[in-house]
Design a protein around this ligand. Sequence first.
Ligand code: AMP
Ligand code: GLY
Length: 421
Amino acid sequence: MNILILGSGGREHALAWAVMQNPKCDKLIVAPGNAGIALIADCAGFDINHGGQVVNFVEENSIDLVIVGPEAPLAAGITDRLRDAGVSVFGPSQAAAALEASKAFTKEICEAVGAPTAAYGHFTDASSAKRYLADQPMPIVIKADGLAAGKGVVIAQTLSEAEASIDDMFGGMFGDAGAEVVIEEFMEGEEASFFVLCDGETVLPMGTAQDHKRVGEGDTGPNTGGMGAYSPAPVLTDAIAQRALDEIIRPTVAEMARRGTPYQGVLYAGLMIKDGAPRLVEYNVRFGDPECQVLMMRLGAQVMDLLHAAADGRLSEARVNWADDHAMTVVLAAKGYPGEYAKGSVIRGFDKVPADSHNMLFHAGTAEVDGQVVAVGGRVLNATARGATLAEAQARAYAMVDAVDWPEGFCRRDIGWRALG
Ligand code: AMP
Ligand code: GLY
């Protein structure tokens, strides 16, 4: 099979690495890719958010399966264009991608099926939002409705902070994403991510992970796209996972089908767990980044068959084969991230980083310039390792980090702390 993966991050490098290992993969192309992906696949440069360009490329290169990594092409309706052209594609339709593209849509679905989640209000103007706020306990969560690159969520400790966020959002700080605002009850507990594959009807649990969203050790400082992750997440016990499936995920998928917008792709449920019960924080309609890296590390070659089965509506025949192992990924980011950071610094030491079936250094924001690898993004490398225990995976991941020679980069040194104690 000829496979095209859309995206350029560590998530897509990990997907490419897993797909490549499947003997059914004859040709793999990633668009646009990065310096690490270029070592294992062909990279192509076209606009992955432009339906016409994607369809042309797929037809010219006899692609059999397209795997969409990030949310932007999904929200832009790329999968609809590809399906109309008769191409197998892994990823939800534009209508179903609303589960990530609109927080108000997800809240309304949860309400319709009775899925446990935070109480909320949905507003299209600042004064009614502020009237609602006046009666709410603090802290409270203010969210821009639309896609805001993970930055559209503010946890306000005081009423004045909450009001200021409302003014920012309606004032255009997040562009169109903030034209509508959701205000949510603050949920306490421990967060974990649950990934399931869907083919419109069948739901197949794929794995659990825990991300580390804050930039600083001990989960302090500003939010990022994620500074590290591990899988499985012990906080998401089998019993809690079953409740999440029964109370949240399966009812959502059934409701999407009932509304004529069946969900196909990976559904990533961000859960808040407290007293043995899960509540939904948010859905994403794609793999998490960096959570994907640890899932791929554990699943390997079977991923391609699973994604293909989801794309073609054959998930009821599929199963996930789990090894009893653990994986961890540590994100190396450019100093200054998630604020301002410099681009163009050279990264060395790749030849000293162990690379075998237990270790993979996935690339995110890298490019090759004159034979050298340079940093071109905020999150740049993902040191990813597998082990019989989480402690072993952690030791291997940090050994990789220590082999990389990149003075302009940094990482958190405590990835896995909640599980390792
Ligand atoms: P989201 O983009 O919706 O995932 O929000 C980003 C982060 O904000 C989440 O991962 C949580 O850590 C936090 N968050 C969002 N909504 C809530 C909530 N209702 N209660 C507590 N924390 C939340
Ligand atoms: N790591 C969080 C996300 O991908 O949304």
